[in-house]
Design a protein around this ligand. Structure first.
Ligand code: NDP
Length: 234
């Protein structure tokens, strides 16, 4: 297929698995990273999701090397879990700034080329937390739920130009992020996951590959849970 792809936060975890899977299909893949060394075989471009200028620079570098971005995967995200009364303004704002506002900044930059090409694929990595909520995650769940409204509005705006916008909502996936939760919390999450186990980053990559690929061409504004059933019905 050989498309120009951008994956935010593609230096590790789920983003790296997505980037690697798409590169294995023959796509030209750029990944944003910050302080880390970019992964082998992928084009690393530095970007900070809270800084629109750095996002613009990263896109310019990727587009110089690979051509206008045709597939965007918005994956970079953070958690800062605290119960409501301990969660201060900064904890809320920072999480929304990276996860939701960062998605807005990145999509807004990416669609320029897609609109011109009258073709594009956008996948936002949300979380099943959007549906089931979680104590300590008022900031994160708000941001991840916001991504659904964003995707559905964008599906309307961009559909006429043959640009699809979908959401992947992972459940518990083994990465550095999920290793940060307590053993009790992990046990609870597994107890409400019908498949009774955590997923792998490759499971999320497979869903992104479908939505960004030819098979997913008639799917837009959808939310695809990759959660072992966690949050089903949400
Ligand atoms: P990791 O913590 O392993 O990776 C997070 C990625 O986001 C890193 O590449 C990190 O870059 C990047 N990032 C974080 N903050 C910023 C920022 N301000 N600017 C630029 N890049 C940033 O997380 P996962 O791989 O687990 O998660 C990936 C996505 O999947 C996230 O959106 C997460 O919310 C979502 N998700 C994960 C689940 C899980 O169980 N793991 C479950 C549900 C959703 P750096 O290396 O520089 O820090």
């Amino acid at each position: 297929m050989g498309r120009s792809v951008m994956v935010t936060g593609g230096n590790r975890g789920i983003g790296l698995a997505v980037a690697t899977a798409l590169a294995a299909d023959g796509d030209r893949v750029a990944v944003t990273h910050r302080d880390s060394t970019p992964p082998d075989g992928l084009l690393g471009v530095r970007a900070e999701m809270t800084d629109p200028e750095s996002i613009d620079t990263a896109f310019r570098q990727a587009e110089d090397a690979h051509g206008p971005v045709e597939v965007l995967v918005v994956n970079a995200g953070i958690t800062r879990d605290k119960l409501l009364l301990r969660m201060d303004e900064q904890d809320f704002t920072d999480v929304v700034d990276v996860n939701l506002h960062g998605a807005f900044r990145t999509v807004r930059r990416a669609v320029r080329g897609m609109l011109r090409a009258r073709w594009g694929r956008i996948v936002l990595i949300s979380s099943m937390t959007y549906a089931y909520g979680a104590p300590g995650q008022v900031n994160y769940a708000s941001a991840k739920a916001g991504m659904l409204g964003m995707a559905r509005s964008l599906a309307w705006e961009l559909g006429p130009r043959n640009i699809t916008v979908n959401v992947v909502a992972p459940g518990l996936i083994d990465t550095a992020m999920s290793h940060g939760i307590t053993a009790d919390r992990r046990a609870h999450l597994l107890s409400i996951t019908p498949l009774g186990r955590a997923g792998e980053t490759a499971d999320v990559a497979a869903a992104v590959r479908y939505l960004a690929g030819e098979s997913g061409r008639f799917v837009t504004g959808a939310v695809l849970p990759v959660s072992g059933g966690l949050g089903l019905g949400g």
